[in-house]
Design a protein around this ligand. Sequence first.
Ligand SMILES: [Zn+2]
Length: 271
Amino acid sequence: MIDKWISQNANDLQVALFFALFFIFSLAEVLAPKRPGPMHRKERWLTNLLMTALNIAVMGMLPVTFFGVAVWAQKQGYGLFNYFALPLGVLVIGTLLARGFISFFTHYLMHKVPLLWRLHRVHHLDTELDVSTTVRFHPFEFLAALVPGVPLVVVFGMSPWVLMLYEILDAVVTLFSHANIRLPEGLDRVLRYVIVTPDLHRVHHSSWQIETDSNFSAVFPIGDIVFKTFRTETRTPHETMELGLEEVRDERANRFLWLLSSPFLGRLKRN
Ligand SMILES: [Zn+2]
């Protein structure tokens, strides 16, 4: 009964959780900011929020979802975790790690495949980083992410309910990791080995490519630790480091319609 209610209302629950956390983290950004600013909220937030609203609508209309594919694979008995009768703990940890790997691998491809970088660049063109950047993505990026993701969900035979749990963790951790908040340094130093922290993810938004090409993980940093892209030190301090990309630093970087059309414009320069 409760299962059915959750699966029917999962989308609404996720959106409600997202905005509740969005509010809490934006309050924390005012009370304890890491970067002193100016954050140019007036120029950035309207575009970032429009992009967020558009993406929430797009996510509700996707032709397939990881959850739907996982339910199908489970019924058919396809995939590693469906083939072997695993203890619950192994299934939960295995699915969380495998889902995290999909996210890491897809994000890595977004940076390395030129066509995909055109889409993902929209996220990195934000010249500041705060909670409003979290879902600032080109809507096509969600469609593109299905291509490597769907086959991997089937190959692993991921548990649908654990995938839903991952989505909740993803919302919580990505809002947290994009937020411009100052954590006690000792806490961040430990926490960054368990989940992605603001200081860790800010390195990925640095305009210096060596730093951009690090910390691809979204929820658990294990992908970066295993594949040696984990980077905690920055060339300049977090408070003053340049964020965004060198190639576009004018008002286009925050113009909604320009960003939507940007993947289809001419040649791209990589800084
Ligand atoms: Zn990225």
